[in-house]
Design a protein around this ligand. Structure first.
Ligand SMILES: [Zn+2]
Ligand SMILES: [Zn+2]
Length: 135
């Protein structure tokens, strides 16, 4: 049985996932773009019995900008955290994983809402770290 761990930026809140889970889902809808401040939310859909908090259960703050759309963040550092609104599954923010997932992205949702900048330019540049050359 593989164990994956994750945490927020300040480390106050942390979790574990038991066993294999599906590859990453990215939602590009306008709500996820606003909530993430980026090109969308990258999510792991984890059955509840495979997920547990190991630290900081009182560290989450949940916002409900829409009746059917909630966001949970660490109250100390603001990191978007796994969401518990669904009865069957936890929606884990993929960027909070501390261990490799071993899988890539399989599903893109709301592609019609994708930001027009959510693509590489022909002359896209990749740096191993910062573009200043520092590690
Ligand atoms: Zn935090
Ligand atoms: Zn979305």
């Amino acid at each position: 049985m593989t164990l994956k761990t994750g945490s927020c930026l300040c480390g106050a809140r942390a979790y574990e996932i038991d066993g294999e889970i599906d590859a990453v889902w990215i939602c590009h809808c306008s709500l996820c773009r606003k909530a993430s401040g980026a090109n969308g939310n990258a999510i792991l859909i984890v059955p509840r019995h495979q997920f547990r908090w190991v630290r900081g259960e009182d560290q989450g703050v949940t916002y409900a900008p829409r009746e059917t759309y909630t966001i949970t963040r660490c109250k100390t550092c603001g990191t978007p955290l796994p969401a518990e609104a669904d009865e069957a599954n936890i929606y884990v923010t993929a960027g909070t994983l501390d261990t490799p997932l071993g899988r890539g992205v399989r599903t893109h949702l709301f592609c019609a809402s994708r930001a027009d900048w959510d693509r590489d330019e022909d002359d896209v540049r990749y740096f191993e770290a910062r573009s200043t050359g520092e590690a």
